[in-house]
Design a binder for this molecule. Structure first.
Ligand SMILES: [Zn+2]
Length: 345
């Protein structure tokens, strides 16, 4: 039987303290070599079990195998020099020291297919895997070779497509591309960002998603949100093109955000992963608060296309808070499922 309102998380979940420093984004590994590989697999088992305990329908690896959602992929590419670093401004918001593109970029060997196979062996549930989107990748690098954002995005899109096909073969049901940059560079998104994303999903038979958020709950992002005013209409400029695109699912931030719900009208027909859990707050949502957000979303998304989720990744949160938020998500969805069953009977 088809699950209505299937739950999922956006991607990352907290790492255990024996693997990496807790409550820290992008914290370095505590182990190395074979011990690290084993520890990552153990962490993946734990994070999967926690999702199952919380009755999450579409599960993930919680990004236990990744230090950073972009660089952990980029470090496997030819043509990028991690020694040659430059400080650049990320999404016009904060400075970071990033690697440089120094030659033609290419991918010799799949980055994540072994991890996907490992996750696939552990569960029969649908699995989702996250990759960085082409536009967000170029925003996390200094380009000393192509000198064209559009061309570099296109090269990355071809590489992502190659990787995505490997992940599909390894048993992934949904591949999600993280594109927080879509909420910043609006003209470029419409000019070539969505085209690059479509190049990345070309020929895939599994489902595809794009995650567009207002970022992790770090200070640079929460400060930025304060400047956005009472109504966040960023999605409005890119939704019409996304609606026409071949991407299946769009993952958005709604809980405690000032995004007007009615903007979802602009992507009518797409499946929407609606963020009903705030990742920038340690307050645990009540199931009723989750249900309320999703109930509102149902005015703009058909019930068979609504996928309850989190606003963004939960990696920086304390483990017990992330765990409680997973439970709040599924309990909130259960309230709504009951209401829908009553309406139908
Ligand atoms: Zn996000």
């Amino acid at each position: 039987m088809k699950i209505i309102l299937p739950t999922s998380t956006v991607g990352s979940l907290p790492k255990p303290s024996w693997l990496a420093e807790p409550e820290t984004l992008w914290s370095p590994w505590k182990l190395e070599g074979d011990a690290l590989i084993e520890a990552k697999q153990d962490a993946l088992r734990v994070t999967l079990q926690e999702q199952l305990n919380a009755n999450i329908d579409i599960v993930s690896d919680g990004e236990q195998t990744r230090q950073h959602f972009v660089t952990s992929f980029i470090e496997h590419l030819e043509g990028v020099d991690f020694e040659k670093r430059k400080t650049v401004r990320i999404r016009n918001r904060y400075d970071a020291s990033v690697p440089s593109v120094v030659g033609d970029v290419s991918l010799k060997k799949s980055v994540f297919s072994e991890d996907v196979k490992f996750l696939r062996q552990q569960t029969d549930r649908q699995i989702k895997w996250c990759l960085p989107g082409p536009m967000t990748m170029i925003d996390t690098l200094y380009d000393a070779h192509y000198h064209s954002k559009e061309q570099l995005a296109w090269e990355f899109a071809k590489i992502l497509n190659q990787e995505a096909k490997e992940l599909e073969k390894a048993g992934v049901d949904i591949i999600q591309f993280d594109e927080p940059a879509f909420n910043v560079f609006f003209d470029e998104v419409n000019d070539w960002g969505i085209a690059a994303l479509e190049r990345a999903i070309e020929g895939l038979k599994c489902e595809t998603a794009v995650h567009i958020c207002y970022g992790y709950g770090i200070k640079a992002n929460t400060d930025w949100k304060k400047t956005l005013g009472g109504e966040w209409r960023q999605y409005e400029t890119t939704f019409p093109s996304l609606q026409k695109s071949s991407i299946d699912i769009i993952s958005l931030e709604y809980q405690n955000s000032n995004v007007p719900m009615e903007l979802m009208e602009l992507i009518r027909g797409k499946k929407v992963m609606v963020g009903a859990i705030d990742v920038a707050s340690h307050n645990i949502e009540t199931p009723e608060a989750v249900a309320k957000t999703l109930r509102q979303a149902l005015s703009f998304v058909n019930v068979d296309k609504l996928y309850p989720s989190t606003n963004c990744g939960m990696a920086p949160l304390p483990r017990q808070i992330a765990r409680a938020k997973l439970h709040a998500l599924s309990q909130g969805v259960e309230i709504l499922r009951k209401e829908l069953r009553n309406e139908m009977s």
